[in-house]
Design a protein around this ligand. Structure first.
Ligand code: FAD
Length: 816
């Protein structure tokens, strides 16, 4: 039996060697049009970055070695030109000599791979513009870097290869800009998970444009990349990494059937519609085992497994390929980004109902040195079938994604994850591994023990329906918090739950979701309707902030960064230096440890803190900003973030609150017209200066907010009497002095009209329009028998804790 294999790298070479192991007598020919056979294409970016310095290491096998060890006839620089299916021949050109000849086959295997997409745009063929697929492509990029010493590079496309290249060019001292057409990098993961990658790229000084594509490249002394948004980037080199396209031209001419994304359609034995012609690897479309759809998945793992199936089938075995699930992993600087199965975007597009759990966990026991965090998302069906998972972390992210990949393949459910028995000792994991924990969370959700809210729904949450409860410790609030949240630390919640409004549902959150869950359980058992923020403030804050940094990116050349770090606005010699090791702590541990240290030291002293929680890299800047301290420098190596913070004096007074703000809060106690007018004039003035204003109406002040024509509500006799005696709304208020049986009040209203001063009703409306938060004190309403329906629209009814929280966040509280 004579088998010809077209394409001699991942799929082709694997087919050949497996076939030899199955059939010693088989005649096996590999036709490879390139210069090399079975090279490590996955290692190409790392040789560009000098991370794999020896080029030879990428050349896994040579044609000589294949002949010698496996008796395989591997012909490099031999291109298959066409296939004659009737005669069962392949027309081949020997690229070195130019000779063409025909080769007969019994079985033909096509493993031609996929070629990088080059968008048809002006300038894509200019010198200095590259794609990366093969060893010669890699050599060209390396030679260019050696000869031209580029300072800047544009990588077009934020997928696996684009980000690997960004990292490796950065490693060579090149300042990189990544241009990505989608609103996120790394399409296999969901937006909030990609958000962590965006922030890490920023942290690593990679400029990132999202939702933008290139429209042209031009050249004079440098390259100018024009973007669709109208922006331009000057650069010294461009790498196009916008995806790959199956190489099927050869087979199309032979009339073979194509399927998804123009890839070969194959059966379970990887046969095309011609049973003597097989196809594998990047050029085929195969079944996705979770969705049942047919997909093209250009990854090395499936290619090599399909190769084995084909070799076995040709050798007479009943081998078949079960399909793909899309497991992938990539290193992006210090982060590991891994995923398996279907993501939320795909599930949405397929209309498959699902839920998801997001946790932030440590790779191993927190008390053992160098624990590192991971964000872990699990997607599952309403009956617990696992659809997919994504992990963004450092150490141990690979292990967790592989466990979930195995669980998917084994048709396990989230309930199986709960009691999966995984190896545990402190250096390797925890007695409750992140796998178990995410199973618990998903199980709790499906059993109805836990309701969760997605980060996307926080900002549009109806605050008339929901009160937001932050159960973190006060020191953590300096990292940032959700606007209008009431802060009751978890430890005080049992005693202080009475401060929460009974009339509202509660959205609870903590930093990573765990204390939020504890609080949710506690409050649920006190008959509150509680929902926990999925993934906690950490997920929300990463995802809700600006993602691209194109417009805010500070030009810092990599070679001069060290000097810039040293150009700090203080003299280290004059400062006392302190060190804090927060490496094994999970968020918010590092911030809390830093806060404790900064409290102890003097203004001007410097703390160098090391942490492994990568969220710390963005938190520490925000924390320093809000607490009046100075982030002097920050960098990371091998997953350890080192930040230097100098204790500041400017905002010392605010340190105890952790927040420096221009917000204003007002307590309106009085129901007198003149005082109400003064209150709203001040509120409107402050709002117009861009200050956030919260007005808290209590006791007689509540009358200002009453409707003059309220709906009928049920009241007891005392409440009815109270309601009757008190002024009903802004129109009915009287002056505190010189009322004179109504004459004084009418006179002042007349003068206001004449002088074009807004009426109180107009001032109230303008305050609402200006974004002033108007709160009615629930406790006073209960005492005075006023019900929410009787108040004008747009008012929040709140407990005192909500107001105190706003007051804590403000720099002035005015009492009227
Ligand atoms: P290839 O390995 O591309 O081999 C196809 C070969 O066929 C080519 O050498 C081509 O020259 C030859 N050929 C095509 N047409 C003809 C013809 N008419 N005649 C003769 N020869 C022909 N995957 C991962 O899973 N993980 C990774 O980390 C990863 N990193 C990658 C990094 C880079 C830079 C690249 C380019 C790819 C990476 N991949 C990775 C993808 C992975 O390499 C591919 O999925 C895998 O190589 C596909 O195998 P294949 O046999 O289908 O195609």
């Amino acid at each position: 039996m004579k088998t010809i294999i077209i394409g001699g790298v991942a799929g082709g070479a694997s087919t050949a060697t497996r076939l030899r192991r199955m059939d010693e007598k088989a005649e096996i020919i590999i036709l490879e049009r390139g210069d090399y056979i079975s090279f490590a294409n996955c290692g190409l970016p790392y040789h560009i970055g000098d991370v794999i310095p020896e080029r030879d290491k990428l050349l896994v096998v040579t044609p000589e070695k294949l002949r010698e060890t496996f008796n395989i006839d591997a012909r490099v620089k031999h291109e298959a030109l066409s296939i004659d299916r009737q005669k069962k021949t392949v027309k081949v050109r020997d690229i070195s000599s130019g000779n063409e000849y025909s080769e007969q086959y019994d079985k033909l295997v096509l493993s031609p791979g996929a070629s990088p997409i080059v968008p048809p745009l002006p300038g894509v063929n200019l010198p200095g513009v590259f794609t990366l697929r093969s060893i010669p492509d890699m050599d060209k990029i390396r030679d260019y870097i050696s000869e031209k010493k580029p300072q800047r590079a544009v990588v077009v496309g934020g997928g696996f290869i684009g980000l690997e290249l960004a990292e490796n060019l950065h490693h060579r001292g090149v300042e990189v800009t990544v241009i990505e057409m989608l609103d996120q990098v790394m399409a296999p993961i969901d937006y909030e998970m990609a958000a962590m990658v965006h922030q890490h790229l920023d942290f690593k000084h990679v400029r990132l444009a999202l939702g933008d594509g290139i429209s042209a490249i031009a050249q004079n002394d440098t390259l100018h990349v024009s973007l669709q948004s109208g922006k331009t980037v000057d650069t010294d080199m461009v790498i196009l990494s916008v995806g790959v396209r199956p190489e099927t031209a050869l087979a199309e001419s032979a009339g073979l059937k194509l399927g998804a994304r123009g890839a070969f359609e194959v059966n379970a034995h990887m046969q095309t519609d011609d049973p003597d012609i097989y196809a594998i690897g990047d050029a085929v479309a195969v079944n996705n085992i979770i969705s049942g759809t047919v997909v093209n998945l250009p990854l090395a793992g499936p290619a090599s497994k399909q190769a084995r199936v084909v070799a076995d089938h040709i050798a007479g075995k009943d081998a078949s390929f079960s399909g793909v699930q899309g497991t992938s992993i990539v290193k992006v600087f210090d982060l590991t980004v891994a995923s398996t199965g279907l993501n939320a975007k795909t599930l949405d597009s397929l209309n498959m109902p699902y839920q998801c759990a997001i946790i932030h966990a440590s790779n191993h026991a927190g008390y053992y040195p160098a624990a590192s965090p991971m964000a872990f998302k699990l997607l599952f069906s309403p009956d617990g079938k696992i659809y997919g998972a994504q992990v963004v972390g450092l150490e141990g992210a690979d292990k967790r994604i592989d466990v979930i990949a195995t669980a998917i393949k084994a048709n396990m459910t989230v309930f199986d994850l709960e009691d999966l028995e995984l190896g545990y000792a402190p250096p390797f994991g925890s007695a409750r591994d992140p796998i178990n924990i995410i199973g618990f969370v998903a199980g709790n959700m499906l059993r109805g023990d836990l309701k969760t809210l997605d980060w996307r729904d926080v900002d549009s949450l109806d605050r008339n329906e929901y009160a937001v409860l932050d159960v973190r410790d006060p020191e953590e609030l300096a990292i940032g918090s959700i606007e209008g949240a009431i802060n009751i630390p978890l430890g005080q919640l049992r005693e202080r739950a009475k401060e929460l409004p009974r009339s509202k549902k509660i959205l609870v959150y903590c930093q990573v979701g765990q204390r939020g869950y504890f609080a949710a359980r506690l409050l649920t058992q006190m008959d509150f309707d509680v929902t926990n923020l999925n993934g906690g403030y950490k997920t929300y804050s990463h995802a809700a902030c600006p993602q691209a940094n194109f417009d805010t990116f500070e030009h810092v050349s990599i070679s001069s960064r060290e000097e810039i770090t040293e150009k700090v606005p203080f003299n280290p010699e004059d400062s006392n230096q302190f060190e804090v090791d927060a490496c094994r702590l999970q968020c918010p541990g590092p911030i809390l440890k830093l806060y404790q240290k900064v409290k102890e030291i003097e203004v001007g002293d410097v703390v160098t803190i090391k942490a492994t929680d990568f969220g710390f890299s963005s938190d520490v800047g925000a924390w320093a900003d809000r607490t009046g301290n100075k982030l002097v420098s920050i960098d990371s190596e091998n997953g350890v973030i080192t930040a230097k913070i100098q204790k500041g004096a400017a905002k010392k007074a605010e340190e105890s609150k952790g927040v420096m703000t221009q917000d204003k809060t007002m307590v309106i106690f009085s129901g007198d017209l003149d005082k109400a007018l003064a209150g709203f004039i001040i509120a409107n003035g402050a709002a117009s200066m861009g200050h956030k204003v919260t007005m808290f109406f209590t006791f007689w002040g509540l009358n200002i907010l009453r409707k003059d024509n309220p709906p009928k509500v049920k009241k007891n006799l005392i409440e009815k009497m109270f309601g009757f005696m008190m002024p009903r709304g802004a129109k009915k208020l009287t002056l505190s002095k010189m009322h004179m049986a109504g004459m004084g009040t009418s006179m002042i209203k007349g003068i206001m009209k004449k002088k074009n001063v807004n009426s109180l009703e107009e001032l109230i409306q303008s305050a609402l329009d200006n974004g002033v938060t108007i709160q009615a004190c629930q406790m006073s309403m209960d005492l005075m028998g006023i019900q929410k329906e009787e108040l004008i629209d747009g008012i929040e009814t709140v407990g005192v804790a909500t107001f105190i929280h706003a007051s804590d966040e403000s720099n002035a509280t005015i009492f009227i």
